[in-house]
Design a protein. Structure first.
Length: 171
């Protein structure tokens, strides 16, 4: 509950509601998240709500940082990490619809992840960078040939698979 209390203390609206109605902030945070999850899971609006909130929450912070003369390195790293993760998740959502159907609770997971890494005050982007993105081998993206060689290998696998399937059809 301490984690929820710390996270909920970063949302000014919850402090106002807590003082006025005597409802604990952590319960407000849990209730808000559960309500959003129910709406995302039970209506066809899940993808729209998830993507809209995923853009609106960090958009303000992005615009503020862009207008700063000397933004901090941590803020820039946070925003870059967020937009990388958002781009990957949106790309999966857009181009892999047939695969997404088989991932249970995809939009719920996407919503919670974007809610955690979106706002700078939660420091979710730092955690994501330190524990996930920094573990990606540098040879995958530093050298110009890293992506090209990965694409070439993937292309060869697809061609070999297509040839195998063609052989099976002709038999």
């Amino acid at each position: 509950m301490d984690f929820l209390r710390r996270m909920s203390s970063k949302i000014p609206l919850f402090e106002k509601i807590e003082s006025k109605y005597k409802v604990k902030r952590e319960y407000l945070l849990l209730g808000s998240i559960l309500f959003a999850i129910v709406v995302i899971m039970s209506t066809p609006l899940g993808p729209l709500i998830t993507s809209t909130l995923g853009i609106l929450l960090p958009l303000r912070e992005t615009l503020v940082v862009l207008k700063q003369v000397n933004p901090s390195k941590d803020e820039m790293k946070h925003l870059l990490v967020f937009w990388i993760i958002f781009g990957v998740l949106t790309g999966l959502d857009s181009y892999s619809g047939s695969i997404i159907r088989f991932i249970p609770l995809f939009y719920t997971i996407k919503f919670i992840l974007l809610l955690y890494i979106g706002p700078y005050k939660f420091r979710g982007g730092k955690w994501m960078y330190d524990n996930v993105l920094s573990q990606i081998p540098e040879e995958w993206y530093v050298n110009a040939g890293g992506i090209d060689s990965a694409l070439q290998k993937a292309s060869e696998v697809v061609k070999d698979t297509a040839k195998d399937m063609e052989k099976k059809k002709t038999k």
